[in-house]
Design a protein around this ligand. Structure first.
Ligand SMILES: NC(=O)c1ccc[n+]([C@@H]2O[C@H](COP(=O)([O-])OP(=O)(O)OC[C@H]3O[C@@H](n4cnc5c(N)ncnc54)[C@H](O)[C@@H]3O)[C@@H](O)[C@H]2O)c1
Ligand SMILES: N[C@@H](CCO)C(=O)O
Ligand code: NA
Length: 435
């Protein structure tokens, strides 16, 4: 019989994801041993309350409330507690004590990634985080390894399941945002406090992580332009549907030249946008996630699947664990994060996009000309214009623009709002992923 060496694993947190990681480790131990060439020994699980009800039946003797002590002597620490503290201190402590770390904590990485990666690099430790972006979907490893020889041009991600569920429900049933959110809460997709999801904060954290990796640049979460879905109305979704679009909350990471200096830069932004129905992202339904990557040589690629859920997310955690454990068997330092490109993150005003603008206008002679003037004055070219006349003496104009800078489009919208024939600017949405 082969005598396998033991790799000591400490788990921090046994909630939705942690409890499934522990269960799978215990249930599939022999198979993992054969794949790794070493035995994974789960030495303990740190939790807040040893007697709390869990999603999986786990041996009580594994539980402890003393996380700092559990870390000592571990070869690999899996952090699945969430939040910033004490997760940050514990991860730093694990790295300092010579352990490698697996985490699913996007909030921690978005806020303190640079510090944690630097600490890991200093001692040759590995910090892996596949679960932190788009749950079970392999996206971190493909960006870091499979596409390491390519050049990423753009990433369009649906990386928040809760908001995708809400927008999909609005699209398919005509529900209001409030009603769709209530259903998402009932079904357990949305948290009791849904701010992080519907405000776009969760997606912004994931965008930071994706952009840093894709563009070899440390991207602070504060530099991400963020708009949530709270302003999306049933009327906008319906009008998008009639025009052949679907509204999606997108995390966009894009390589582009600064229009002012001409220097290479990147844009990282999160907002609800119109996506053409023919685009692969339009087919991402319910609470699923997808990351659409455009690479220079590979062309377009889409990674699709379950972006959340205890069991699927545990798969991503175990993948990282097995990769690290295999390295323990053969030896050598971990892979450090590369930030050599150090590209500037451009402010939202410098990016180029196109808009769909819906205006309520008076239905009288000269209105179209007046509106066309506003666009021309700001150097924004109109691509399409559709008019519907209401009985009340007003008309609805849906105007699609060609690509223009955000600043020019924002100035156009501001001037339109002050134009006497414009009764109201009913909706302004960007269009992304033109096919
Ligand atoms: N749930 C998902 O679908 C999902 C998907 C992707 C990533 N993630 C990430 O994975 C991590 C874990 O998520 P979750 O849904 O399992 O969370 P959870 O709230 O269900 O579980 C957290 C666990 O950590 C423990 N814990 C929290 N603070 C602690 C402390 N101070 N000391 C000791 N134990 C503590 C809790 O007792 C609990 O066991 C988070 O960072 C989350 O963002 C979750
Ligand atoms: N709240 C997140 C969970 C996964 O990070 C979502 O809705 O996608
Ligand atoms: Na993932």
């Amino acid at each position: 019989m082969i005598e396998y060496r033991s790799i000591r694993v400490a788990l921090l947190g046994a909630g939705s994801v942690g409890s499934q990681v522990a269960r799978l480790l215990l249930e599939h131990g022999d198979e993992l041993t054969a794949r790794i060439g070493a035995r994974i020994e789960l030495v303990g699980i740190a939790v807040r309350d040893v007697d709390a009800k869990r999603d999986a039946d786990l041996p009580r003797e594994l539980f402890t409330t003393d996380a700092p002590r559990l870390i000592l002597g571990a070869d690999i620490v899996i952090e699945l507690m969430g939040g910033i503290e004490p997760a940050r201190t514990l991860v730093l402590q694990a790295i300092a004590s010579g352990a490698d770390v697996v985490t699913g904590n996007k909030a921690l990485l978005a806020a303190h990634g640079a510090e944690l990666f630097a600490a890991a690099e200093q001692v040759g430790a590995q910090l892996s985080y596949e679960a932190a972006v788009a749950g079970a979907i392999p996206i971190i490893r493909p960006l870091r390894e499979s596409l390491a020889g390519d050049r990423i041009e753009r990433i369009l991600g649906i990386v928040n399941g809760t908001t995708n569920y809400i927008l999909d429900r609005m699209d398919t049933t005509g529900a209001s945002l409030e009603d769709a959110l209530a259903t998402a809460t009932e079904l357990g997709y949305a948290e009791a406090d849904p701010t992080a999801d519907i405000g776009g904060y969760d997606a912004a954290q994931k965008a930071t992580i994706l952009a840093s990796l894709a563009f070899h640049t440390s991207v602070p979460v504060e530099s991400v332009h963020r708009e949530g879905i709270t302003g999306v109305t049933a009327a906008q979704v319906e009008s998008a549907r009639r025009a052949g679009y679907v509204v999606k909350l997108l995390a966009i990471c894009e390589r582009l030249a600064d229009p002012e200096s001409g220097e290479a830069g990147i844009s990282v932004r999160v907002y609800p946008a119109l996506v053409p129905r023919e685009h692969p992202l339009a087919a991402v339904r319910g609470a699923n996630n997808a990351v659409f990557v455009e690479a220079s040589a590979a062309g377009p690629l889409m990674f699709y699947g379950a972006g959340a859920g205890g069991v699927p997310t545990a798969s991503a955690v175990l993948g990282d664990l097995v990769a690290i454990a295999r390295r323990h068997v053969v030896g050598g330092p971990g892979t450090s994060e590369s930030t050599h490109a150090d590209l500037a993150v451009l402010p939202i005003g410098r990016i180029t996009t196109s808009y769909s603008i819906t205006l309520e206008v008076s239905d009288e002679p000269g209105v179209l000309a007046a509106i066309a003037h506003v666009f021309a004055d700001h150097g924004v070219s109109v691509e399409t214009m559709q008019q519907t006349v209401a009985e009340s003496g007003t008309a609805t104009l849906v105007i699609g623009t060609h690509q223009a800078t955000e600043q020019a489009l924002a100035d156009t919208v501001a001037t339109l709002a002050d134009t006497p024939v414009v009764v109201s600017v009913a909706s302004v949405l960007r269009v992304e992923g033109a096919v």
